[in-house]
Design a protein around this ligand. Structure first.
Ligand code: SAH
Ligand code: SF4
Length: 422
């Protein structure tokens, strides 16, 4: 085995060999789950243990972790053979036990406004037969002039059932692993050619932030991130690692519908920016819009926000407020909102409601949104109205939903019986 402390050499073409040709969605049945664990998303400690587990001497493990980290997160390696400063023997052993697999991209849609949505396929529950059908989640890239934001999912579906959210109509299927969360970032970078030797798509999209396509991450895709705390924490710490993907914690925002016990914990253990899906200022309205409010009512939520570590005027909590016509958009609501947030370093993000098939809600009229925003602004809070992005491809806030449905116990038994008789 060769020991090398050389800086990571230029990658071989193996890292660049990804097809950016348009994707044809393949049938679910064609999905083949990776046969071996992927190293993507492992913490440095877990990576070290994995290496020692395949016989890397403990004294070398730290250096090998560093090499792998660079290959995976700086160069985007998808193949151990690309790792030219790692000995052939170790590359072979790595390939025998592990992969660098990310979620499989099975569809890519590009909005007229440049937003991109990827449908990703993941291993199912792992049981034999029809039950192990793959799961699917969505991930969205939103380019703007001064930044490029990746909206990442934390769960397949969601346990919560916010009345205005399309994802909420999909029962929780399962939590994503840290690898699957980090994997979404790698997949987006693959598709955008956002690696040192990457080739951007041919449709004229340009990097927005000093040559990088992805400058910001928002945990605002499918699922409630604070109900998948450990995996989300571990994934975000990998994404923020300065020697890898290196997206600073100030540019990562975690959005929660209000899982109070985990809010302060998120500040302590992850330290990213917090967004809270408030949406109403009275418990009776919020109980209906965000049913989790019945468990953690507004007063408790505000208390947790006040205690969020590291808050100051430069590090404020974003309160998200979906504008629903005739439900929560009156000036009395705006007044109560300002009162509620008193003393919390806050900004308010007004989100025009994005419709989806079957919803009973309507978006507030534009002049009402403007009046609401002005009132909040005049009270001293930044109150931008979020421009809906990617509505034409169902990629806007709250429109994500994948076809994966959790099966009932009876459906599972029926499918198992079918699989056994086939
Ligand atoms: N589950 C987390 C994060 C994902 S949703 C949460 O609820 O905070 C990201 C934001 O979009 C949340 O503020 C959510 O309430 C909002 N949202 C959901 N459905 C929406 C819709 N149809 N139109 C506009 N915003 C919506
Ligand atoms: Fe889940 Fe967030 Fe949608 Fe509520 S708004 S159902 S928490 S994804």
């Amino acid at each position: 085995m060769t020991l090398s402390h050389d800086p990571t050499p230029a990658p071989s073409s193996a890292t660049a060999a990804i097809s950016l040709a348009p994707l044809e969605k393949t049938a679910l049945e064609t999905y083949v789950a990776p046969a071996k664990p992927s190293l993507v998303g492992m913490s440095r400690t877990a990576l070290r243990e994995a290496l020692v587990g395949i016989g890397v001497p403990a004294g070398q493990a730290k250096m090998r972790v560093q090499q792998l980290w660079q290959w995976i997160y700086v160069h985007g390696a998808r193949d151990f053979d690309a790792m030219t400063n790692v000995s052939k023997d170790l590359r072979t052993r790595l390939a025998t036990h592990f992969t660098l697999a990310r979620p499989e991209v099975v569809a890519e849609q590009v909005s007229t406004d440049g937003t991109r949505k990827w449908l990703l396929r993941l291993p199912g529950d792992g049981a034999a037969g029809a039950e192990s059908r793959p799961h699917e989640v969505e991930c969205v890239y939103i380019p703007e002039t001064d930044r490029g934001t990746l909206c990442v999912s934390s769960q397949v579906g969601c346990t919560l059932t916010c009345a205005f959210c399309h994802t909420g109509t999909q029962r929780l299927v399962r939590n994503l692993t840290a690898g699957e969360i980090v994997g979404q970032v790698l997949v987006a970078k693959d598709r955008l050619g956002d690696w040192p030797d990457g080739v951007p798509p041919a449709d004229g999209i340009v990097p927005t932030d000093g040559g990088r396509f992805i400058s910001n991450i928002v945990m605002m895709g499918m699922g409630e991130p604070l109900y998948n705390f450990e995996a989300v924490r571990d994934a975000l710490l990998v994404v923020a690692d300065g020697e890898g993907i290196g997206i600073s914690k100030r540019r990562i925002t975690l959005s929660t519908s209000g899982v109070v016990p985990n809010i302060v914990r998120a500040g302590d253990e992850i330290g990213v920016m917090l967004a809270v899906s408030l949406h109403a200022v009275r418990d009776d309205i919020r109980d209906e819009l965000v049913p989790l409010n019945r468990k953690y009512p507004i007063a408790q939520l505000m208390e947790a926000c006040r205690n969020y570590p590291g808050l100051n005027n430069a590090r404020r909590i974003t309160f998200e407020y979906v504008m629903l016509k005739g439900v929560n958009d009156s000036l009395a609501d705006a007044r109560a909102l300002v009162k509620l947030l008193k003393g919390i370093p806050a900004k308010i993000n007004l989100i025009p409601f994005n419709p989806w098939p079957g919803t009973k809600y309507e978006c507030s009229d534009w002049d009402q949104i403007e009046k609401f925003s002005e009132f909040v602004f005049d009270a001293g809070y930044s109150s931008p109205v979020r421009t809906p992005r990617g509505r034409d491809i169902f990629a806007a806030c709250g429109q994500l939903k994948s076809a994966t449905e959790k099966l009932s116990a009876r459906e599972r038994m029926a499918l198992r019986a079918m699989a056994m008789t086939e």
